[in-house]
Ligand binder design. Structure first.
Ligand code: HSC
Length: 719
């Protein structure tokens, strides 16, 4: 797993061999220990280069080992032996040097990187800290403020930035190993006293306390409730204030707490879940590894409202030629201006030229005749979309894919409006579409394998985390949101306030509670959907029947607010009040509190004290219960798909792994028991009735989440 050869007569070349990213598994660590020992004791070897196989230096510790009984040599003494050795060691960094990979490189006396390489200490994103002395060496090398930034955010830096920061000694556009070997030949025999980072004094910035206080506040604000960023700050503080050996001990203690925490497990689960959704399959037999996508050099977006603009920008930034169609002149003018602003800002951020020339605009739908793929983002109204799909089917060239960005409507029905229903899929983007990472690719009953594969590949090219899901009302994300929002409304009826509900959810880790989120996205959106479903009955009717629709409990609170013109931020009033229409700072609104009191009085509801635990249980378990229904119905292939959708599209705190992972952490039996409890208390709320898949999983002994598929498979087996 690591090999030593001798090159250029006197350079020992150690190659890490563990594809695809040369993670530091037990075998690789043993290989490094053995080859370093050999190189140090071989008189022919005057200096050493360490590189990774296949153009990747090293992706860090082997994350797959973390959940197992770890064996093999420990990283710290292994890296220490490299640093303490009496022959110059040069890291030849190609591809990535991340986490333990960069820590290994920091143990070397010199670092040479290819210009395309990326370096970083991303442990914090896995719920950990750089515990192979990275938290102690990096501040000594580049100073406390820069090290704090890298370690608490986990961001990857380019080779150019690494050179500027002083992490690497040389950057090359040529063959990295050749360059590193030349470097090694040059430094052979030189004193290493000034090259051992662990012996450097850590630069002590002025205002040390203020600096760390500020860093602590920043991480507490940006990662609510996450413990790893806090531990990262503490570890760097140890580097700045303690001798190296004591700092190392502090790093070890902090890592021990993190290593076995639920948060680390959740974040590492997210890492693998994000990759697992790329290995998608559908019930019709389409699969990520066998279905062939068709090339999409030219695409069209129809409808240039908020979603359409974001989609057009995202497509253009991916390098596609884009035809943007909008039939309303005023909307077109505004869209053109907005899109060019978005492209310019995006280009500035990425340090490239804007790609405005990639987009051509037209007021005529016939302009899409020669594109390979169309994404419609028109008004969320079935009649409008039906007509559009009929038109597209007649206009588009044979084989062109027709995609809908609907967030809830029936993809099969839209497909039935076309001559080639196999070419229709949903591509459900999330606003703002050029920023948000999530894409739900919705396959219909008749979508071809090629159509699904093409949409999935396009999503990947656009840098999206794409999840293939089945067709049902709201697909995965919005279908689960419905019971969650519904519970929040019921809690208001029973005595809670928007502030109380939001605080509970934000303390749980959501960046925004349900009411603040609704105000941001616009209350009129849900109102329109409920109207379409025949649920809205105007007026202030009282009595129990005013809160029943289609035989089940219903809360008209959202409808009543909309009737008052309170649509959220855009109108300056919603569940909160804002300084002006379009304002962003939510403030409590006394009007709303007296409105709630009046509402309860009119309906004979007695307010009771509701605590955070009930808010979380009612909102989250109702959402999770719907997740089990989605798995039972085969709409999502596995719990990872649901979790990835919630983490990337709905602000679910990543350190809690996603709703289905969270259910496993809480304990499926407990979730079942609490749902039963709440369903007994609210028998007219079907969403609280525990799903039979949840019962089945509990009856099978609550298996760990990676084994749920076995129970689900049995459920779908026709044998
Ligand atoms: C008490 C104990 C003390 C321990 C001390 C530890 C100290 C240390 O500080 C901790 C760490 O290093 S923590 C680690 C810190 N390091 C990080 O956080 C880096 C994590 N890795 C990455 O960010 C990306 O994988 C790269 C940018 C490296 C490559 O991106 P790309 O080219 O788009 O490729 P891709 O699709 O992403 O991955 C390809 C395949 O490789 C797999 N795999 C990858 N890394 C792995 C790993 N470390 N391990 C295992 N597997 C890893 C990945 O799952 C996938 O497998 P699949 O079966 O094909 O699905």
């Amino acid at each position: 797993m690591a090999q030593l050869s001798i090159v250029s007569g006197s350079v020992g070349l150690i190659t890490l061999q563990n594809p695809p990213v040369n993670a530091l598994s037990a075998a690789v660590r043993q290989g490094i220990v053995d080859t370093v020992e050999k190189a140090l004791s071989d008189p022919k070897v005057k200096s050493v280069v360490i590189r990774g196989q296949n153009g990747v230096f090293c992706g860090g510790a082997d994350i797959k080992e973390f959940g197992t009984k770890m064996t093999g040599p420990h990283l710290i003494p292994m890296i220490h032996a490299i640093e303490a050795g009496n022959k110059p060691m040069v890291a030849a960094i190609e591809g990535s040097a991340l986490g333990g990979g960069l820590e290994l490189a920091l143990g070397c006396h010199y670092r040479v990187a290819h210009s395309k390489a990326r370096l970083g200490l991303p442990e914090v994103t896995l719920g950990l800290l750089p515990a192979a002395a990275g938290s102690q060496r990096l501040p000594r090398l580049i100073g406390v403020p820069a090290a704090l930034n890298l370690i608490t955010t986990g961001r990857h830096v380019t080779a150019a930035e690494a050179l500027q920061l002083g992490i690497v000694d040389q950057v090359t556009d040529h063959d990295t190993v050749d360059t590193a070997v030349k470097f090694a030949l040059n430094v052979a025999g030189q004193s290493l006293d000034a090259r051992r980072i662990s012996t450097f004094p850590c630069p002590r910035p002025a205002e040390l306390d203020a600096l760390f206080e500020d860093a602590m506040q920043k991480v507490r604000k940006s990662a609510r409730g996450a413990i790893a960023p806090v531990a990262c700050v503490q570890a760097v503080r140890a580097a700045a204030t303690l001798p190296y050996a004591e700092g190392l001990e502090r790093e070890r203690e902090l890592m021990a707490t993190l290593f076995n925490s639920g948060q680390a497990r959740a974040l590492q689960y997210c890492f693998f879940a994000q990759r697992a959704v790329g290995r998608w399959s559908t019930p019709s037999g389409a699969r990520w590894d066998t279905s062939k996508p068709v090339p999409v050099p030219k695409a069209a977006v129809i409808g240039l409202g908020t979603m359409g603009r974001g989609i057009a920008v995202a497509l253009a930034q991916t390098g596609l030629s884009v035809v943007a169609v909008e039939t309303q002149e005023k909307q077109m003018m505004e869209a053109k201006q907005a899109v060019s602003g978005m492209l310019e800002r995006g280009a500035k951020r990425r340090g490239v030229a804007p790609v405005s020339d990639k987009i051509s605009y037209s007021g005529n739908i016939r302009a899409v005749a020669d594109v390979d793929l169309v994404i419609e983002a028109v008004f969320e109204d079935m009649a409008v979309k039906e007509k559009l799909f009929q038109q597209l089917s007649a206009i588009c060239k044979p084989g062109a894919l027709l995609c809908t960005n609907t967030s809830a409507l029936d993809v099969d029905h839209l497909a039935s409006q076309t001559r080639n229903p196999e070419l229709v899929v949903g591509m459900h983007f999330f606003a703002p579409a050029h920023v948000m990472k999530l894409l739900e690719v919705v396959y219909g009953r008749r979508s071809s394998t090629q159509a699904v594969a093409t949409a999935m590949q396009l999503g990947k090219k656009m840098g999206k985390v794409s999840v293939a899901v089945g067709n049902c009302r709201g697909f995965v994300g919005n279908r689960m949101l419905k019971p969650y929002i519904e519970q929040a409304f019921y809690l208001l009826e029973e005595g809670a306030t928007p502030e109380l509900v939001d605080r509970a959810l934000e303390e749980f880790g959501f960046s925004m509670g349900v009411f603040r989120m609704s105000d941001l996205s616009g209350l009129d959106v849900g109102w329109r959907v409920r109207k379409g479903d025949g649920l809205v009955e105007p007026g202030l009717a009282s009595g129990p029947s005013a809160r029943v629709r289609q035989g089940r409990r219903y809360s008209p609170l959202g409808d009543l607010l909309c009737e008052q013109g309170r649509f959220g931020q855009k109108t300056g009033r919603g569940w909160y009040q804002y300084e002006k229409p379009g304002g962003r700072v939510a403030r409590s609104d006394p009007w709303l509190h007296s409105f709630l009191e009046g509402y309860r009085a009119r309906h004979g509801l007695v307010a009771r004290r509701i605590d955070h635990e009930e808010v979380l249980e009612r909102c989250l378990y109702a959402l999770i219960n719907e997740g089990f229904h989605i798995l039972e119905d085969g709409i999502a292939a596995g719990p990872e798909d649901i979790d990835v959708i919630y983490v990337f599209g709905y602000g679910w705190p990543r350190h809690r792994g996603g709703p289905m992972f969270y259910a496993g952490m809480v304990g499926l039996a407990k979730v079942l028991e609490r749902l039963e409890h709440y369903h007994q208390a609210h028998p007219d709320v079907p969403h609280l009735q525990p799903c039979s898949l949840l019962r089945r999983l509990v009856a099978s002994g609550s298996p760990p989440i990676h084994k749920w598929r076995e129970v689900i498979r049995k459920l779908h087996s026709h044998l």
